[in-house]
Design a protein around this ligand. Structure first.
Ligand code: SF4
Ligand code: SF4
Length: 435
């Protein structure tokens, strides 16, 4: 009875913190502009099923894809066991599903244990890749301090949680032979290897070990869930929404600004669609997060910090300061800073800082070649290029502070409809000269 009350209180506390954080993240995302989803819904569901659920893009790099898939499958499936933990915790029962499922319970438990071992091994492999083999994409400047600690913490916590479940099962198996309270589960292959280590313990110590691991595992999972909401691990939820909301147009497509399009069409004497907006355009491009769309802000919470985008970025490869991963991390940091400020009654967006300038420098955005390699590489369909282009749009259209060479090119396009400084009528002279 007492343990049920403690368990329910623990659940309530975890639920409180998770809800609080979810509301905060929602408010942070709502700082962005509302955007409309165009295109067929079935394409969007397909993207979500193939890319988020099916991990399709992960498999471009087989080794990490294989181990990531094991962790992902473990996460999805082992959580079914958590359902039994929760019911047992509330009702004060022990392995409540065992009598109902009979022999199938043993099959399930063995499968869960297989996944637990697979997750454990995969996490060790990832820790080694990050900290011993020092894979390049995890060593960039933006991957120091919190991002590095965050990734290592997640992997370490998962290893400890899996160890707890195996130790709990091993002590439970021994207790089944000593106390009728413990429901027979049948032999468990992986935790069976640990029983010889625990065999010498007396019954009361074994009960303590079993209960400790049970509480440790479930409280650990609840605490981990709260932690996830502060971590890059949030991608386990947002990857699904992000792949659904991802752009459906071909990669080279750049969003037009309706007001500017209308002005240009009018200037060129082209027909203008009747429903084209005529209101105030607001700010051209983006200076801060409130100039970006809610989908773009949400994408920042979906970023796994895997660095695949940065490792494919030609600007980054040639030593420029640009890292598309950092762009996404900066957007998220800015959202968090503004959200924290607002929660404390502070100035929020009016804190005198801006995404462009205080978080992302002009040197970074000007290094982008708009090649789309980062967009192609992202396993969860994030588009850092769209954000870079919005920031550059602000720089060009509001501040006229693009690099000098670009300004000349813009002027030529405006006057000659070509990047070069000669009239449009002379554009085919080269062909005449060579004929
Ligand atoms: S689009 Fe820009 S940021 Fe993305 S890979 Fe190309 S150069 Fe890098
Ligand atoms: S934007 Fe995509 S590819 Fe880049 S770090 Fe984030 S999840 Fe990885």
């Amino acid at each position: 009875m007492i343990s049920s009350i403690i368990f329910i209180i623990t659940l309530g506390i975890a639920g409180f913190f998770i809800r609080k954080r979810v509301i905060r993240i929602q408010k942070n995302i709502q700082l962005g502009k509302v955007d409309r989803l165009d295109g067929p819904n079935n394409e969007r569901w397909k993207n979500m099923l193939l890319v988020a659920f099916g991990q399709k893009k992960m498999f471009k790099r087989l080794t990490p894809a294989f181990f990531h898939f094991l962790i992902y499958a473990g996460f999805l499936i082992i959580n079914l066991e958590v359902l039994e933990f929760v019911i047992d915790g509330i009702a004060g029962t022990h392995r409540i599903f065992a009598p109902f499922l009979g022999g199938f319970y043993n099959v399930l438990m063995n499968f869960f244990e297989f996944l637990a071992v697979a997750v454990l091994v995969s996490c060790i492999v990832f820790l080694v890749r990050r900290n011993v083999l020092k894979i390049d994409r995890f060593q960039s400047a933006e991957m120091t301090r919190w991002p590095r600690l965050d990734a290592n913490l997640i992997l370490t916590i998962e290893i400890i949680l899996m160890m707890a479940i195996l130790t709990m099962n091993a002590s439970d198996q021994l207790l089944q032979t000593r106390d009728s309270h413990y429901v027979a589960t049948g032999p468990l292959f992986f935790s069976g290897f640990l029983t010889s280590t625990l065999q010498s313990l007396n019954t009361s110590t074994l009960v303590f070990v079993e209960r400790f691991c049970w509480w440790f595992h479930i409280v650990g999972i609840l605490a981990f869930t709260v932690y996830i909401t502060y971590s890059k691990h949030l991608h386990i939820f947002f990857a699904f929404i992000n792949t659904y909301r991802a752009k459906l147009e071909p990669k080279g497509h750049i969003n037009n600004m309706p007001v500017v399009t209308k002005e240009v069409k009018t200037m060129l004497g082209l027909p203008v669609e009747a429903n084209t907006t005529t209101g105030e355009p607001g700010r051209f491009g983006a200076k801060d997060i409130n100039d970006l769309t809610q989908t773009q802000l949400m994408a920042a919470y979906s970023c796994t910090e895997c660095g695949r985008c940065t490792s494919e970025c030609p600007a980054n490869q040639t030593g420029k300061k640009l890292s598309p991963r950092k762009i996404m991390m900066d957007v998220r940091d800015r959202m968090e800073d503004v959200g924290n400020s607002l929660e404390k009654g502070g100035p929020g967006l009016s804190d005198g800082k801006f995404l462009l300038g205080d978080y992302i420098t002009k040197e970074e955005i000007n290094a982008c070649t708009s090649c789309n390699a980062c967009v192609e590489a992202c396993p969860v369909l994030i588009n850092p290029l769209e954000i870079i282009l919005e920031l550059r749009r602000y720089q060009a259209m509001e501040e006229s502070s693009s690099p000098q060479q670009w300004n000349s090119m813009f002027q030529n396009i405006e006057t000659s409809f070509a990047p070069w400084k000669f009239p449009a009528s002379d554009r085919f002279n080269w062909a005449k000269m060579n004929s």
